[in-house]
Write a protein that binds this ligand. Structure first.
Ligand SMILES: *Cc1c(COP(=O)(O)O)cnc(C)c1O
Length: 466
């Protein structure tokens, strides 16, 4: 399997190359040249596999020759062995139609561990073959940062620079990043929003003064390998609910469109998915784009679900590429227009292609509180604010009552204790695996929201690529 850029001019890469590259040199994102497809019989035969075995089965077509099936299985066993739940991503029933897929049993309590624990191992594997060094530069609205840092702390050949918007992540989120004192971990608090941080990261990938000296890698969901790892749990959930014989719908708390795009990939691979419901909070660019084709950037409103406080969703470009006829040069022109005017209109092909599988819903602070309370009172489950936006969307999407709807539970409720306590009256306790988070020493630097300052800092602390 090789990987091509959504903007049509970067060279194609194999899986290892795309994993280490992150963003393509032409500013696009890597996607597989074609979608591998499983038959119904092949999907039926996946029932009963362990999570690590299922992960190997689903991901092997994307990995191609870069890892043998035996080696890939060793890596998935190592990655998912660190989860606190034996099922890795357990499915919990809420009522006769609704289910929660708990994706927060990894080391940092958010779904991002599912992909990043594997990605850390893939980086190490591919770097040890080439003998090079990787400089990971990422932006986080809260959860990516800690999951990425946990996945690569202390690993040979890797430095990680993680930017977060100062004061806009929760205490638990910040401490999960800044209390990791491994010398290859560099936390940077910047003045500005997540979108400002992400724009600076993207700029670094296209800055020859940096890329000539450093191999800049990505852990944000612009990295294809992350999305690939997330495809697995759509299979895991659907198989438990009767796939391939029965269709399932998914409601996905969405920010950068990575998690829900993995659902789209699962559908492309043959998993029978009835609907993918994109749940947004009041930062609703995706809801507007999917409901009337208007992809225009607003200003970010901080909410109790900070990982969804995003006005530019990087991975939406992958969907626009795929449903818009895979014309990289046309998409490059469209995206350049967006970058200049901060707004674009989807083409008819893009709108119709997206509408075939995606619905969307927007939830505000009241909807979120009501959903947390409903889950708590009616089912005894405590859910976090992101999951609550998803559950609100799931319960208002008008899905046929005969179709099971799975809401992706993307964070552990203890990660957002204030909001949960406000809704339920009970303060969730941090699971033991997080340990003495509030006693540990923190290490971070404050920098202005200015690209030059970030580039100087990274260049001063990173290791040359060879
Ligand atoms: C990252 C994150 C999201 C958004 O996921 P995307 O892949 O960016 O759409 C939602 N909820 C939580 C808790 C997250 O950490």
């Amino acid at each position: 399997m090789d990987y091509i850029s959504t903007r049509g001019s970067a060279p194609a890469l194999d899986f290892a190359g795309a994993t280490l590259a992150g963003l393509a040199g032409d500013g696009g994102l890597y996607v597989p040249r074609a979608w591998p497809r499983f038959s119904d019989a092949e999907i039926a035969a996946m029932a009963g596999l362990s999570y690590a075995e299922l992960a190997q089965r689903v991901m092997q077509p994307f990995v191609g020759e870069c890892l043998t099936p035996e080696r890939l299985l060793e890596l998935t066993r190592a990655a998912y062995g660190r989860f606190a739940h034996a099922a890795v991503t357990p499915l919990v029933q809420l009522d006769q139609q609704h289910w929660l897929l708990e994706l927060f049993h990894g080391p940092t309590l958010a779904f991002k561990d599912v992909a990043l624990q594997l990605l850390g191992l893939l980086f190490e594997e591919f770097l040890s073959r080439s003998g090079g060094n990787l400089t990971i530069v990422g932006a986080t609205s809260g959860d990516t940062g800690s999951a990425a840092i946990d996945a690569v702390a202390g690993r040979a050949g890797i430095d990680i620079f993680m930017l977060h918007p100062k004061g806009r992540v929760s205490d638990v989120q910040r401490r999960q990043m800044t209390t990791v004192l491994a010398p290859n971990v560099h936390n940077i608090a910047i003045e500005g929003s997540f979108d400002d941080a992400q724009a600076m990261v993207k700029r670094m990938f296209n800055d020859a003064a940096m890329t000539d000296r450093f191999a800049i890698g990505a852990v944000n969901s612009i990295n294809w390998a992350r999305l690939m790892a997330q495809v697995v749990y759509y299979f895991a959930a659907a198989l438990q609910l009767g796939a391939p014989a029965r269709k399932v719908a998914f409601a996905v708390p969405t920010g950068n469109f990575g998690d829900v795009f993995a659902g789209y990939v699962a559908a492309k691979m043959g998993l029978p998915i009835e609907r993918l419901i994109v749940a947004t909070n009041v930062n609703d660019i995706l809801h507007r784009a999917l409901s009337n084709g208007d992809y225009s950037q607003g200003t970010v409103t901080p909410t109790a679900a900070p990982s969804m406080d995003i006005q530019v969703s990087s991975n939406f470009e992958r969907l626009l590429f795929d449903v818009g006829g895979r014309d990289g040069l046309a998409l490059a022109a469209q995206m350049r227009g967006f970058e200049t005017s901060k707004a674009m209109q989807l083409t008819n092909a893009q709108r119709e292609g997206a509408a075939a599988l995606f619905s969307s819903a927007r939830g505000d602070a009241d909807d979120m509180m009501r959903a947390i309370r409903w889950a708590f009172v009616e089912t005894g489950e405590t859910i976090d604010p992101h999951t609550a936006i998803g559950l609100h969307a799931a319960r208002t999407a008008g899905i046929d009552p005969a179709t099971p709807v799975v809401t992706l539970a993307t964070a552990h409720p203890a990660k957002f204790r204030d909001a949960v306590e406000k809704a339920t009256g009970i303060r969730p306790t941090l699971p033991g695996r997080v340990g003495d988070l509030f006693e540990r020493e923190e290490r971070l630097v404050d920098l202005p929201g200015d690209y030059a300052a970030i580039a100087v800092y990274v260049a001063a602390h990173a290791t040359l690529k060879v």
